[in-house]
Write a protein that binds this ligand. Sequence first.
Ligand SMILES: *[C@@H]1O[C@H](CO)[C@@H](O)[C@H](O)[C@H]1NC(C)=O
Length: 66
Amino acid sequence: MVYIDVTVFAILSVDEKNQLMSIYFLYNRYWIDEFLRWEPLEYDNITQISLPSENVWVPDVHIHEF
Ligand SMILES: *[C@@H]1O[C@H](CO)[C@@H](O)[C@H](O)[C@H]1NC(C)=O
């Protein structure tokens, strides 16, 4: 299961006639990868790490603009 948060920061333009709207937004994706485990007690209680996204599975989610 993948959770997605979307935060709209600004509405950049609205074209009522053509029903178009441009927005500036940020989205975050959250999921639990059952094949990845990190035991903080084994690594000096480090609870957060950063990994290159190329090295882990990432959800196949794309945002299409139209
Ligand atoms: C990690 O946390 C455990 C539990 O709180 C503690 O007993 C241990 O001393 C901590 N280890 C380090 C390296 O801080």
